[in-house]
Ligand binder design. Structure first.
Ligand SMILES: NC(=O)c1ccc[n+]([C@@H]2O[C@H](COP(=O)([O-])OP(=O)(O)OC[C@H]3O[C@@H](n4cnc5c(N)ncnc54)[C@H](OP(=O)(O)O)[C@@H]3O)[C@@H](O)[C@H]2O)c1
Length: 259
């Protein structure tokens, strides 16, 4: 189940996962665009797709959507929390419109919370499942023009860690996957990417998430990996230690009492 599957990275993911033989349920708010996208993915891959219009920030909508997915396609093996918004006005935080700011945070954090609380109990019951939260460079570094998005992506990363820690000892795992810089409607709307050409191929994102779904990157549960920079073969051979690729406070050195 991929949220935000009607365009951009979510649509690429739907296509890449369907091409690898998975039945894919896509969620998004706009029903027509979603339905067209899922039909196109099915036609291109010969795979099974399902379009379920839903707003991930709405509890009843998520509960209903997950019920439809489970009824139509069976247990959810992979949940990708990909849906989300970006700051519409690229201004410092004190100039931001508080409602749009909060909508951005909600789309990533409340959205992931609601899908997790609806999907993960079933994964725990089956002792099987993978959750991917789509992260960003702004998960670990704030951007002054995108303060809501920075808060949202950092919060989402903390949610992944909480989730992965709570799931320790089970065969259900949670990951942060940053997609790099993919050419999508979101990045095309962002001033900071004007004139940018070195886009991350979406296939790099798909291959990481497909490897997670196949259980090939389990040792990275609760940690951050990035498409376009991380090499899948290298990740498979590494065993991260301590807080590698996790959010922590950087201390000022050996004398720091917070070290
Ligand atoms: N593109 C990049 O380079 C990049 C880099 C780092 C991180 N990311 C992250 O990757 C994810 C996808 O980004 P993208 O660039 O593909 O974005 P995008 O082109 O703007 O697509 C966003 C998708 O999310 C859906 N969506 C938005 N709010 C929703 C809600 N409340 N409920 C359900 N669906 C919702 C949209 O459809 P509707 O509007 O119809 O709902 C659309 O399908 C996001 O989490 C983004 O933050 C992207």
């Amino acid at each position: 189940m991929v949220t935000g599957a009607s365009t951009g990275i979510g649509r690429h993911l739907a296509e890449g996962l369907a091409a690898r033989g998975m039945a894919v349920a896509g969620l998004a708010r706009g029903e027509e665009r979603l339905r067209t996208a899922m039909d196109e993915v099915a036609a291109a891959t010969g795979g099974r797709t399902l379009a379920v219009a839903a707003d991930v920030t709405d509890r009843a909508s998520v509960e209903e959507a997950v019920g439809v997915v489970r009824a139509e396609l069976g247990p959810i093996a992979l949940l990708v929390n990909n849906a989300g918004l970006i700051d519409e006005f690229e201004v410092p935080v004190w100039e931001a419109d508080p409602d749009q700011w909060w909508d951005v945070v909600s789309s990533h954090v409340r959205g992931a919370l609601l899908t997790v609380r609806t999907v993960v109990p079933w994964m725990v019951l089956r002792n099987s499942g993978r959750i991917v939260n789509i992260a960003s460079g702004m998960s670990t570094r704030a951007n002054p023009d995108y303060s809501a998005y920075s808060v949202a992506k950092t919060g989402l990363m903390r949610l992944t860690e909480s989730l992965a820690t709570a799931l320790e000892g089970s065969d259900v795992r949670a990951f942060d996957v940053a997609p790099g810089v993919v050419d999508t409607p979101m990045t095309r709307s962002m001033h900071m990417w004007e004139g940018f050409t070195d886009w991350t191929p979406p296939e790099r994102v798909v291959e990481l998430i497909a490897a997670i779904a196949a259980g090939e990157l389990d040792q990275w549960s609760g940690r951050f990996i990035r498409a376009g920079k991380d090499d899948l073969d290298v990740l498979c051979t590494l065993a991260p230690d301590d807080a590698d690729r996790q959010l922590r406070l950087h201390t000022y050195g050996g004398d720091d009492p917070l070290g």
